[in-house]
Design a protein around this ligand. Structure first.
Ligand SMILES: Cc1cc2nc3c(=O)[nH]c(=O)nc-3n(C[C@H](O)[C@H](O)[C@H](O)COP(=O)(O)OP(=O)(O)OC[C@H]3O[C@@H](n4cnc5c(N)ncnc54)[C@H](O)[C@@H]3O)c2cc1C
Length: 445
């Protein structure tokens, strides 16, 4: 089959095939090198619709399901935005950000944008959306799963701020979904994973007023590198410090075991407002949590903090990531974390404070199933050790309350049962049948 000959004219000019010079720059995401038969680099909604119809047509004439991936930012830890032998629809050039109403904070964002670029557009309007810790992550992939951002305790999940979206179904139709239109689909696209292709989101951003020195969207960022001998004791003290702070503080730890028997703990503490006495008092206390090797505290623009470096995708990060969500870091859980750090297969363990605003929405608000959790734990290792890592982390993860779907490389159905509650899973499966009756979206969680 010559796939190029079958393509409609609207898609020919955006097609990249293996012999093209451009192929190497579009075949991969940041975790995996793909070998697709065809990549379509859409710049408008018509091309997205035509691609969906083309995939459905190919499935029909070939009488099989062709692997079909959708890629926005290419940072999906589930690695499903690339495939081998199939079609990748890349929408990264469909990336405009439009301020609809700066007073209300209403912002229309095309799904191919990356969060660092979104922050640059919003900042002059004193607006921000808490989205993630890295500017290159995509709006599309993050906004269908959750979005644990640097201001999550104060602002909640990214998906909690979506007020409408445009969806291309598996039959190539475009639907506007919000509270009044297709409210079941609107519920599902906010946390339920891939139910069709979301081409744009309408968000309600929040205000961060410019400070008296003219700094736009000012926040206080504190980075500390601790050299810790007793990691158990450190995590307990850190948990107490966060619990005794206000939700204006969100704190993330990245723990690495070193050969010298010490752990290097990289803490990133984010105060989600301009510098104040209150901020200084709380951030100063973090300096008492353990011996410090390096420390840097600065007031800067949120847009500068998450500026996107736009690193090209070459499948460079050969990582495998698992995670869990929990209400309390009990002694037992902390001991299991410490135990894992002793395994050579585990490279790093990340612990993030969540809770706060995330806990204030009901379980039925959107398709995020875990509204009572306060801590997020992610375990990082090499993709070559995926099976070993799954075995090693099970004793810890089995004690936790759930999983964040956007941060797990495990796409098994067992993992899905930890991401979504049984009732949510049933609702999502029904929605998938409704929006994609022929099952063309084969590469998804
Ligand atoms: C370095 C790094 C840092 C991260 N930090 C955070 C963080 O701080 N907080 C957080 O919550 N997450 C974080 N993540 C996880 C990341 O947000 C998710 O994995 C997210 O899915 C990536 O979205 P993407 O568009 O970049 O990825 P992609 O690889 O393009 O897509 C991921 C998945 O979503 C699907 N998809 C993409 N776009 C669409 C669309 N428009 N419509 C329907 N389906 C779509 C894809 O098919 C794929 O299955 C991080 C990931 C990395 C690699």
């Amino acid at each position: 089959m010559n796939i190029l000959q079958l393509l409609p004219d609207t898609l020919k000019k955006i097609a990249v095939v293996p012999l093209d010079k451009k192929y190497n720059s579009v075949r991969s995401n940041c975790f995996r090198v793909g070998s697709p038969a065809l990549v379509l680099t859409a710049t408008n909604e018509l091309q997205i619709k035509e691609t969906v119809k083309f995939v459905a047509y190919l499935n029909k004439i070939e009488n099989r399901k062709i692997p079909f991936s959708v890629r926005s930012g290419g940072h999906g830890m589930m690695m499903t935005s690339v495939n081998n032998g199939g079609i990748i629809l890349d929408i990264s050039q469909y990336n405009h950000v439009t301020i609809e109403d700066s007073d209300k904070g209403t912002v229309r964002i095309q799904a191919g944008a990356v969060w660092g670029d979104v922050a640059q557009v919003l900042s002059p309007y004193q607006l921000a959306i808490s989205s993630g810790d890295f500017g290159d992550t995509g709006v599309g992939g993050l906004s269908i799963f959750g979005g644990i951002g640097l201001m999550v305790r104060k602002q909640g999940l990214t998906i909690d701020h979506i007020i409408g979206a445009r969806l291309i179904t598996g039959t190539g139709s475009a639907l506007w979904v919000d509270k009044e239109h297709y409210s079941d689909i609107f519920w599902g696209i906010r946390g339920g994973g891939q139910i069709g292709i979301v081409t744009e989101f309408l968000f309600e951003a929040f205000k961060i007023p410019t400070n008296s020195r003219g700094l736009q969207t000012p926040v206080v960022s504190q980075e500390i590198m601790y050299k810790v001998k007793d990691i158990c004791c450190f995590i307990k003290k850190w948990q107490d410090w966060v619990n005794n702070s206000t939700v204006k503080l969100t704190s993330n730890l990245m723990i690495n075991k070193n050969s010298d028997k010490y752990c290097r703990v990289n803490a990133h503490n984010l105060w989600c407002e301009q510098k104040s006495r209150e901020a200084t008092d709380i951030l100063d206390k973090s300096k008492l949590l353990g011996p410090i090797e390096e420390e840097k505290t600065q007031e800067l623009s949120y847009a500068k903090l998450v500026k996107a470096p736009h690193i090209p995708h070459t499948g460079q990060d050969k990582m495998y990531i698992k995670n869990g969500l929990v209400q309390n870091l009990s002694e037992d859980i902390i001991s299991s974390i410490v135990h894992l750090l002793n395994s050579s297969e585990i490279m790093s363990i990340e612990i993030r404070s969540i809770g706060g605003k995330l806990n204030q929405k009901s379980n039925s608000f959107n398709a995020w199933s875990h509204r009572n959790v306060k801590w997020f734990i992610a375990i990082w290792g090499s993709v070559d050790n995926d099976k070993k890592i799954n075995k090693l982390v099970n004793p810890l993860l089995n004690k936790l309350d759930g999983v964040y779907g956007g941060y797990s490389s495990d796409i098994s159905s067992e993992e899905n049962e930890k991401i979504w509650s049984p009732t949510t899973l049933i609702r999502l499966k029904k929605l998938q049948l409704k929006t994609d009756p022929q099952g063309i979206f084969t590469c998804r969680r």
